[in-house]
Design a protein around this ligand. Structure first.
Ligand code: NAP
Length: 495
């Protein structure tokens, strides 16, 4: 067993953070703030940024307002626009990591293959793909959910003569200007790509299996004068971050998705329906774009430009079923053929993977694959019985929707940190939720999740394989309250 390359320093608990995206960076900063120095952030790639590193597609934009998609402790005066582009978001995370001096704790090119708990020593051994192993007391799994591309099983895909690739594996050598581009999928990703290409490519064919509800939102650039003002007075940024209208929207949205026949949901649906009626002139196209499920059942698309772009003469929305991909393009079941130069698979992610394919073995040899055989879940989305001192950030059953996951992760950290404090204080060497507490929580969660808008009758990555929404099913304030203080009687402590 090798201990070379351990980045941690000093005594105290030893921590492994898995993943250098938004949540892993947060964990590193927060540990350091606590005075903990004995930790390593393991990142399999060669730079930080997580999803903002993986995704480089044209049109990539964060559809959460930029000043809200920042750590509460690291406001950023330099956002170029209300909604910021992907490269800017990635650069922000890199800057924060540098500013908070966590880079010395980061180990790149370090893919964790296995995590194994030893019952006798109450320690975890994490093993990298290269065989190196490290013994730690605590694991923070921050490896994200939208991570493993979902490649559709379309016959003939490998016969395509042009370039074809998943949206999260963008091929920079693909020529998009003046060429014919097909986009399979119209989730948040497919729609952003379409809006970027509608004026660049000669032809864009959107292969749409299900249309999307579109929430109209404003987009505007910040002027240099505004940015200068933000730099001089951080209170101006706080005003935007804490804008009651933004927070009222979040509360309304989360109330709407949990009270699906209430006035908040009705208002969301009215806005989306009216947007479609007002924006799309051609009645045939309007009907093609009209979903047959309720708004926010799939993640809402926030866009200021999709309906404009989709009506361009260069764009064709294909709603038929794909028969096969051929060397020169895509053949539909009705015989229609779309000749293409590039075929983008904006077909989403295998959202049930989380930390896997890393193998994880907890107390008494319990494997994570077995524990998650029905569905990935965790006590309050954060910890699991039989997996002592293993904590998840943005893990399964946490809040999902159209709001900042940074805020969610920060709140989860407050919960995790209180559990860690009990260990630091010597209440036990390890902490985990009891099976009884977890099972009671999970039964309540599942019952409530079925009644949320995500369970109202559509397909989406929000659903687990049994069709139950894999999300926090209560309101935003309930989440904030739950994260503010773990119920310690729901946890067991061991040495
Ligand atoms: P997605 O929402 O899962 O959408 C996948 C799309 O591919 C859907 O339109 C789906 O159709 C289609 N599809 C999948 N398999 C197919 C097949 N075999 N044949 C035809 N169509 C197929 O994936 P995504 O667009 O990559 O977005 C995933 C998530 O990433 C979002 O929900 C969001 O959370 C996040 N995201 C965020 C931003 C942001 O701005 N913050 C931007 C992009 C993505 P069906 O709907 O019929 O299944």
């Amino acid at each position: 067993m090798s201990f070379g390359g351990w980045k941690g320093k000093g005594g105290g608990l030893r921590y492994a953070i898995i993943g250098g995206g938004m949540a892993g960076i947060l964990a590193a900063i927060k540990l350091k703030e606590r005075g903990e120095t004995n930790f390593t952030l393991f990142e399999k790639a060669d730079s930080l940024g997580g999803t903002w590193r993986e995704n480089r597609y044209p049109g990539l934009t964060c559809d959460v307002p930029a000043h809200a998609y920042t750590y509460s402790f690291a406001p950023h005066a330099d956002w170029s626009a209300y909604y910021a582009g992907g490269p800017e978001v990635k650069a922000y995370f890199e800057k924060v990591a540098a500013d908070y001096a966590i880079m010395p704790y980061v180990r790149f090119g370090a893919e964790i293959d296995d995590c194994r708990f030893d019952d006798k020593s109450s320690q975890w051994t994490v093993t990298l793909a290269n065989g190196e192993a490290f013994v730690v007391d605590v694991i923070i799994a921050a490896s994200g959910v939208l991570h493993h591309p979902n490649i559709p099983a379309i016959p003939g895909l490998d016969t395509f003569a042009g370039k074809t690739f998943h949206s999260a594996r963008w091929d920079d050598s693909a020529v998009l200007d003046g060429t014919r581009v097909g986009i399979v999928g119209c989730g948040s990703t497919g729609i952003q790509i379409l809006t970027a290409l509608c004026d660049r490519s000669e032809k864009v064919v959107a292969f749409q299996r299900s249309p999307q509800w579109i929430m109209p939102v404003p987009q505007f650039e910040y002027t240099e004068e505004q940015r200068e003002a933000f730099r001089k007075d951080v209170a101006l940024i706080d005003e935007i971050r804490n804008d009651p209208r933004y927070w009222d929207n979040i509360i309304r949205f989360t109330k709407g998705i949990t009270d699906i026949n209430g006035p908040e949901m009705a208002a969301i649906e009215d806005t989306c329906r009216q947007n479609l009626e007002d924006s799309v002139k051609d009645p045939d196209l309007r009907e093609k774009l009209r979903p047959n499920y309720r708004a926010a059942c799939k993640r809402l698309i926030y866009s200021w430009q999709y309906y404009d772009c989709v009506q361009r003469p260069s764009v064709y929305v294909e709603t038929g079923s794909i028969e096969q991909v051929e060397p020169e393009g895509v053949r539909m079941k009705d015989g229609t053929f779309h000749p293409l130069d590039v075929l983008v698979l904006a077909t989403g992610f295998r959202a049930d993977r989380f930390i896997r394919p890393t193998t994880v073995t907890g107390r008494e040899g319990v494997s994570l694959d077995d524990f998650w055989s029905v569905r990935p879940s965790a006590h309050y989305a954060v910890a699991m019985p039989s997996f002592p001192n293993l904590f998840l950030l943005n893990g399964p059953t946490g809040p999902v929707g159209n709001f900042s996951l940074i805020d969610i992760a920060e709140r989860q950290w407050v919960y995790i940190d209180q559990l860690l404090e009990t260990i630091r204080a010597g209440r036990g060497k390890v902490v985990e939720p009891t099976h009884e507490a977890f099972e009671a929580y999970e039964a309540r969660r599942i019952a409530a999740a079925k009644t949320t808008i995500f369970g109202s009758g559509c397909t989406s990555w929000y659903l687990d394989k049994t069709g139950v929404p894999s999300s926090w099913p209560w309101g935003y304030q309930d989440f904030a309250d739950a994260m503010a203080a773990p119920v310690m009687s729901e946890f067991s402590f061991r040495n």
